[in-house]
Design a protein around this ligand. Structure first.
Ligand SMILES: Cc1cc2nc3c(=O)[nH]c(=O)nc-3n(C[C@H](O)[C@H](O)[C@H](O)COP(=O)(O)O)c2cc1C
Length: 288
């Protein structure tokens, strides 16, 4: 269950929880307090909880006072404070910060130290706008293919927002980084993800905003003309995309995510896997 509750004494009706909700599932009630419209759409990211300037909003009864203040300096606080930023200022990041990010790249580890990544960094707003417009044109063309309508219907919320002129793919970001690797690299699909994880944390430490962008990654798969624009070398696969810019929003507190399942292995109980379990694991591992 996903719920929000509002301390009416503390709420200042600023609407930050509404505007920063990626799923668009919070709106104002008749008394102008935030309310959850559709918990099925909520992805439990707790952006509403983190962004509330007064700690008036509780997500799933979590107490805002039990969160830490956002802090991008020491490494553990940075990890806890990191958020996906989907609202950016309409400005480019400074050359100084861009250089700092670029100078960090050679230190990113790669499998077998292959060191063969390719970074496409869209450094200007004008270049980003050309890509944004091209992708939008291609998506509109794709939407007109009747055969694809069952797939498009799955993304109907995004489709409607897109048709309303919202930048649902690039979130208005002024920059984007695409990391590609040669298909022959020993860890071709893992290295770019490691790289972007380093970039994300360092960028947020520098006061920048980032957002992993699966939607853009799908576009790169389907629209090779965008790969050309991004100067991705032939034989390289664009593995993932990250948006980058100066954040327009400030988060106030860390989220309180649920724990993962952890097997705390202190001693090994040797056990033969039955033939069905073996096959199941082999198939699962192969499919990944
Ligand atoms: C692999 C990956 C792909 C993602 N793709 C998108 C995307 O296309 N658009 C978007 O707005 N957010 C995207 N996100 C952000 C997630 O929605 C976000 O991480 C999640 O809601 C938790 O919020 P947080 O990152 O602020 O903690 C992506 C995140 C990951 C890790």
């Amino acid at each position: 269950m996903k719920t929000i509750s509002i301390d009416k004494e503390k709420c200042v009706h600023c609407g930050l929880c509404v505007s920063d909700c990626v799923s668009g599932c919070i709106s104002f009630d008749d008394e102008n307090f935030p309310k959850m419209d559709d918990e099925n759409r909520c992805i439990a990211c707790q952006h509403c909880f983190s962004i509330c300037p007064t700690g008036a909003l509780s997500f799933n009864n979590k107490n805002p006072d039990e969160s830490q203040d956002v802090n991008y300096d020491d490494i553990l606080s940075l990890i806890k404070s990191r958020r996906s930023v989907r609202q950016y200022k309409d400005e480019e990041i400074s050359k100084e910060l861009m250089d700092k990010l670029k100078n960090m790249l050679p230190f990113i580890p790669t499998g077998c130290n292959s060191h063969s990544l390719h970074f496409s960094i869209v450094e200007t707003k004008s270049a980003m706008d050309i890509i944004r417009n091209k992708v939008n044109d291609l998506i509109i063309k794709t939407m007109s293919y009747k055969a694809l309508s069952p797939i498009m219907n799955k993304f109907s919320r995004y489709k409607d927002a897109f048709l309303n002129g919202e930048d649902v793919i690039f979130r208005g970001a002024p920059h984007m980084i695409v990391v590609s690797s040669p298909l022959t690299a020993p860890c071709a699909t893992v290295d770019p993800i490691i790289a972007l994880s380093y970039i994300e944390l360092y960028a947020q430490h520098l006061g920048l905003g980032t957002c992993w962008c699966g939607f853009a990654q799908i576009c790169l798969k389907f629209y090779p003309e965008i790969c050309e624009m991004l100067e991705i070398p032939s034989g390289y696969k664009p593995v993932y995309v990250m948006l980058l810019g100066v954040p327009k929003v400030q988060y106030k507190r860390t989220p309180q995510p649920e724990n993962y399942k952890i097997s705390e292995i202190k001693e090994i109980k040797e056990k033969d896997a039955c033939i069905f379990c073996r096959i199941k694991r082999l198939v699962t591992n192969f499919l990944r």
